[in-house]
Ligand binder design. Structure first.
Ligand code: GCU
Length: 592
């Protein structure tokens, strides 16, 4: 489109975004990238705040600098003269002037490429909040929605010696999104996880899953493969040298599956045993550390490797004071170390998929995980497009982390009103999770009936474990109703108390009745654990929350100051509130 016509279109075409949204990047374009060589495209990218989406309206990615006669066009942008922004990071944390910015931004960088004999090349984004439109060398590659899961674009055939990649990211909160526009956490924006280039042979393994076969007496391992490329028939080889396993898997029409007899040491928090697994097919190979364990329910018990367990947990957001959502491995290790110090064996990663590094580190450190998609509060449950977005995020999460032994529960949401539309929406998600991964438990953090004081959510029928958020002593001011709740409730499956807690400003003292003080918080914790330990079907707890976190909804100037202060530590995790020790003692004394 010539510049003049483009100018008119860019000011009149109010449905400019439709053509971009029509080209979706979803879980279908995911490739298996664990245990593969990757080249980083991280660094300082050029960056422009684009509140009015002019880049998209005016097709800046086409970089038309001259008209047909060679006359230079007036330019409203100059990519390489823009300021720079660190990738990965949250723009909110890089420049004070962008702390509160929500909207559209343009990231761009150039990079060199030389073919090294590979036939396929992909670019992976660990996550971009919320939607991301990707351009490479003047080509539009598509739009990914969902701010917490990875996506891939294919660059094969598009790469030159010198390349330009452009990402238009937009974190505007919208009613039809997942999460919707109202949440209890800070809406960071940006390319906040790694960007990597992956070189692959013509035929490669697009997907790979491996796990212990449930109910096999811990003596069978199942592998599944999906390959892409011309060589869709052949033999793959699975090697687990430490177990003396070298096993051929027949691949027919691009798919292969096999069950292998094996007696691995079982992964558990006390013994986080991992095995190096190598898989090869044609010229492609994967190498990965895998733990083998079985998780299932029986009646109201949760069984890990056949043993009844209690999930001694804590909830956590993906955030640090310094980096926002772009947490470092050190910060993840710090969280798990604090949880271990509190005698935890489990963590609820709330309310959206955290970085994939978290599950890998949990595999190593021995912490069981609850992973969740942000179907949070008042989602547009009647909206089919919103459902497709949620299901895609769920599928991307499961495809990303289903080889992680630490992940034991997929959660399809948090605190949603029990309407018919919601029941249809979330029961479909629960069934989808089971279909994608029959080896793990499915749950959701359900709201309770605080009128009749009973655990009575219709969604429970579709769940293996019922998650229950309750704030007796805090939002539900009469603590005695907690006992009534358990007396009234007769669930036939395990219940995890996914949240309880109270705000307490670090160091703020008073009496047990002074809300916002440490004394009130630890009093509520003491009363909670005294009741919870007596409830036979409560098989896990993950109090809200490990440390204070940013929240635009919390404006109490003394006890909050734009932080949710329900943490057991302050925001920068330098100070433990007294309630931390209440949980530490409680978890120390109760059974493993
Ligand atoms: C809810 C919700 C959390 C929130 C917490 C609170 O239960 O799930 O996201 O932060 O309550 O009110 O502190």
């Amino acid at each position: 489109m010539n510049h003049a016509a483009n100018f008119v279109d860019s000011i009149h075409n109010e449905s400019f975004e439709d053509r971009y949204l029509a080209k979706k990047i979803t879980h279908h374009s995911m490739i298996y990238d664990h245990g593969r060589e990757k080249e980083s495209l991280n660094g300082y990218w050029h960056f422009g705040i684009d509140q009015y989406d002019t880049c998209l309206r005016a097709n800046w990615y086409e970089e038309v600098y001259e008209d047909a006669e060679g006359r230079s066009n007036p330019m409203d942008f100059s990519f390489d003269e823009w300021e720079t922004m660190k990738v990965p990071s949250c723009w909110n944390m890089q420049k004070e002037k962008y702390f509160y910015y929500e909207g559209s931004v343009v990231y761009t960088r150039t990079f060199q490429y030389r073919n090294r004999g590979e036939e396929r090349v992909f670019i992976k984004f660990g996550a971009v909040n919320y939607d991301a439109k990707i351009f490479l060398n003047r080509e539009y590659l598509g739009c990914h929605k969902g701010g917490s899961t990875p996506f891939f674009v294919e660059a094969t055939g598009l790469l030159q010696k010198q390349n330009r990649i452009i990402v238009v990211a937009n974190n505007t909160r919208k009613r039809n999104h997942v999460p919707t526009d109202n949440t209890d956490w800070f809406n960071y924006g940006g390319i906040y996880r790694d960007v990597e280039l992956i070189r692959l042979p013509e035929t490669f393994m697009k997907d790979f899953t491996i796990s212990l076969v449930p109910d096999s007496g811990f003596s069978k391992i199942r592998v599944e493969l999906e390959v892409e490329g011309s060589k869709r028939n052949g033999w793959a080889e699975v090697r687990i040298d430490e177990l003396g396993i070298v096993f051929p898997v027949e691949v027919a029409d691009g798919k292969g599956a096999a069950v292998i007899d094996a007696k691995p040491e079982l992964w558990s928090p006390e013994h986080p045993k991992l095995y190096e697994v190598k898989v090869a097919y044609e010229n492609d190979s994967i190498r990965e550390k895998i733990g083998f364990r079985e998780i299932r329910v029986s009646g109201t018990d949760i069984l890990l490797n056949g043993n009844k367990i209690f999930l001694k947990g804590i909830s956590a957001h993906e955030e640090s004071v310094l980096n926002g959502k772009a947490v470092t491995e050190e910060e993840i290790i710090e969280n798990f170390t604090l949880a271990k110090e509190m005698n935890c064996n489990y963590m609820r990663l709330a309310h959206y998929p955290h970085t994939e590094k978290a599950a890998k580190i949990a595999d190593e450190m021995g912490i069981m995980l609850w992973e969740e998609i942000p179907v949070y509060w008042a989602i547009q449950f009647h909206n089919e497009e919103t459902y497709q977005d949620a299901e895609n995020q769920l599928t991307e999460l499961i495809k990303r982390d289903r080889n992680r032994a630490s992940v034991i529960i997929w959660s399809v949401g948090n605190e949603n009103a029990d309407t018919d539309a919601r029941l249809k929406f979330m029961s479909s998600l629960a069934m989808k999770a089971k279909e994608l991964d029959p080896t793990r438990l499915v749950s959701a953090a359900c709201l309770l009936d605080h009128v009749h004081h009973i655990i009575d959510d219709r969604l429970a029928e579709y769940l293996d474990v019922i998650g229950a958020n309750q704030y007796y002593g805090w939002y539900q001011t009469d603590f005695n109703n907690l006992i009534k709740l358990f007396e009234n409730s007769k669930p036939d499956k395990p219940v995890i108390i996914t949240e309880f807690g109270a705000d307490a400003k670090a160091g703020h003292r008073g009496t047990a009745d002074d809300k916002g003080t440490e004394d009130c918080q630890s009093d509520i914790y003491r009363k909670q654990v005294q009741v919870l330990e007596q409830i036979p079907y409560v098989k896990g707890i993950s109090p809200w929350i490990l440390y204070d976190f940013r929240c635009p909804r919390r404006l109490h100037p003394i006890t909050q100051n734009y932080y949710n202060t329900k943490g057991l530590l302050n925001a920068d995790k330098t100070y433990k509130k007294p309630a931390f020790y209440v949980m530490q003692d409680f978890y120390k004394k109760i059974r493993p």
